[in-house]
Design a protein around this ligand. Structure first.
Ligand code: GLU
Length: 278
């Protein structure tokens, strides 16, 4: 078994991160497997080296050990671009110049509810024709969307998490109607969370993806991409989210619950485990 923890170095690790990291770590250890780390720093505007350093420090303090080397997404842009170039040459991607506001305006047909997928509203297809690759055109430096109807097939994955345990079926119809043409390369990043996570989990040989329930819906995109790219489909374990005393789930940057803060107040890593029910 190979599991991983994949934080973005855009703020302090909080109790939700601690829960995720400990679950992935303990699951691998219990199975005699390997626990790996990946720094998801493709968002160059928000990722900071000092947050990355603090991630290592907090994880060590929690008593977690991982097998090196740590994978860093910022060092893998050429890998992501190679895959994008291959998809582009197969006419599976198109350039999209829509802003968020263009999309909201295009889908605001008053008569029907607007379908929302894991990435927000389902893209109305505005650029599908105008953004198509011209013969011989190399991979552009632009936002690129996937022609979902050209790759989606009915597929499956196995889930071991609390809320959805068992074999999950993803239908082609769901992907087209309720997820739509997702962005695989953002213009400012040259890649996307979805593409990078899929390529990296495969490159690290991750067999069990342990992460928060908030990413359950995105898994359909990941499994669809794994199938299209002929990559293995890992087992998924989406775990419960850590909530504050009002039942609100901790935000990505809930500094009030930062592990470093509890540390500074004299808590031990055993206290942290107790606080999150582990
Ligand atoms: N980097 C993502 C986050 O910090 C996690 C991605 C994943 O586990 O697939 O939320």
């Amino acid at each position: 078994m190979i599991t991983r923890f994949a934080p973005s170095p855009t703020g302090p690790l909080h109790l939700g991160h601690a829960y995720s990291a400990i679950r992935a770590h303990d699951m691998a250890r219990a199975a005699g497997g390997r626990f790996l780390l990946r720094i998801e720093d493709i968002d160059r505007a928000r990722a900071k080296p000092e947050w990355e350093a603090r991630i290592y420090d907090d994880l060590r303090w929690l008593g977690l050990t991982w097998e090196g080397p740590v994978m860093r997404q910022s060092e893998r842009l050429n890998i992501y671009r190679q895959t994008l170039a291959a998809l582009w040459e197969q006419d599976l991607l198109y350039r999209c110049s829509c802003t968020r506001r263009d999309i909201e305006a295009a889908v605001s047909a008053p008569q029907e509810g607007v379908p929302r997928g894991p990435d927000g509203v389902v893209y109305p297809g505005t650029c599908r024709t105008s953004g198509a690759r011209r013969p011989g055109e190399p991979l552009p430096d632009a936002a690129l969307r996937l022609y979902m109807d050209r790759i989606a097939t009915d597929c499956h994955f196995d889930e071991t998490g609390e809320a959805h345990r068992g074999r999950q079926t993803i239908t082609r119809d769901h992907m087209i109607r309720e997820v739509g043409d997702v962005v695989l390369a953002r213009r400012d990043m040259g890649t996307s969370y979805h593409l990078s996570v899929v390529l990296d989990d495969a490159a690290q040989g991750v067999t069990h993806v342990v992460r928060g329930e908030d990413l359950f819906e995105a898994t359909a995109i990941h499994v669809t991409l794994q199938n299209a790219l002929h990559l293995p489909v890992p087992v998924y374990h989406h775990h419960r989210l850590i909530r504050d005393e009002n039942g609100k789930r901790l935000a990505k940057r809930d500094d009030a619950r930062a592990i470093a803060l509890y540390r500074a107040e004299g808590a031990t890593s055993a206290d942290i485990r107790r606080m999150i029910g582990l």
